[in-house]
Design a protein around this ligand. Structure first.
Ligand code: AP5
Length: 222
């Protein structure tokens, strides 16, 4: 029978590189990338009632209320493609109550990755970040510049990517990170995230391929 697909969570401070690593992980492992922030930004762009409430919180760097986020993420996790191919959950859970909500649905990952990046680097990453609205690709003016002038001309910036707002987002992160970590202590892998993205990915890659191997041929105990 087919081995069970991978179920991975990735977390870390704002601009620690979650989205960047997720691009590399999904390319190699074919997991469905579910990013809480992206789901929320899509809701904001749609102009729905939930989107309006979400935007107010996001502008203050606060967590969007569980009643909006939890169902949104759950619905995406239970779709057939996620169940079939495995998933990579990015930016969720961000509080103990969000972790507990998943446990209540019987959802627990194989691995919880925490990207660890010194604070002084995070601010520089945030203010230099740009996004390509056409491909969804993440760039940085200094560390990951656009490949062509055409792409450079269409890059956009996120509304919460200012130095002032990233400090608020960091504060929220610090308030919650310990409680979330405690829920996944036995399956947490801390990864130093301040090197080049390929170097960071190499560490994640070896952990994931090991996990995948175990699912194909579980080690026998005799
Ligand atoms: P979200 O969109 O998840 O934002 P975040 O957590 O602040 O994380 P970012 O997307 O800013 O950064 P990232 O870690 O993905 O870094 P990236 O790869 O882009 O959430 C936004 C808001 O939504 C929250 O504030 C909250 O209000 C709300 N929200 C989200 N989830 C929620 C939840 N579960 N519950 C309630 N509310 C929620 O990299 C950053 C930059 O650095 C890029 O320019 C990149 O090119 C560059 N870079 C990346 N890696 C490297 C490297 N190794 N070396 C050099 N540069 C690098």
């Amino acid at each position: 029978s087919k081995p069970e697909p991978l179920r991975i969570m990735i977390s870390g401070a704002p601009a620690s590189g979650k989205g960047t690593q997720c691009e590399l992980i999904t390319k190699k492992y074919g997991l469905v990338h579910i990013a809480a922030g992206d789901l929320l930004r899509a809701e904001v762009a749609a102009g729905s009632e939930n989107g309006k409430r979400a935007k107010e919180c996001m502008e203050k760097g606060q967590l969007v209320p569980d009643e909006i986020v939890v169902m949104m993420v759950k619905e995406r996790l239970f779709r057939p493609d996620s169940q079939e191919n495995g998933w990579l959950l990015d930016g969720y859970p961000r509080s103990l109550s969000q972790a507990m909500a998943l446990e209540d649905f019987g959802i627990r990952p194989d691995l919880f990755i925490l990207l660890d990046v010194p604070e002084e680097i995070l601010v520089e990453r945030v203010v230099g970040r740009r996004l390509d609205p056409v491909t969804g690709k993440i760039y940085h003016l200094k560390y990951a510049p656009p490949e062509t002038d055409e792409i450079a001309a269409r890059l956009t910036q996120r509304f919460d990517d200012t130095e002032e707002k990233v400090k608020l987002r960091l504060g929220t992160h610090h308030q919650n990170v310990e409680a979330v970590l405690a829920a996944y202590e036995d399956i947490t892998m801390k990864v130093k995230g301040d090197g080049p993205k390929e170097e960071v990915f190499a560490k994640i890659d070896s952990a994931l391929s090991e996990l995948e191997q175990k699912k194909i041929s579980p080690v026998s105990t005799n």
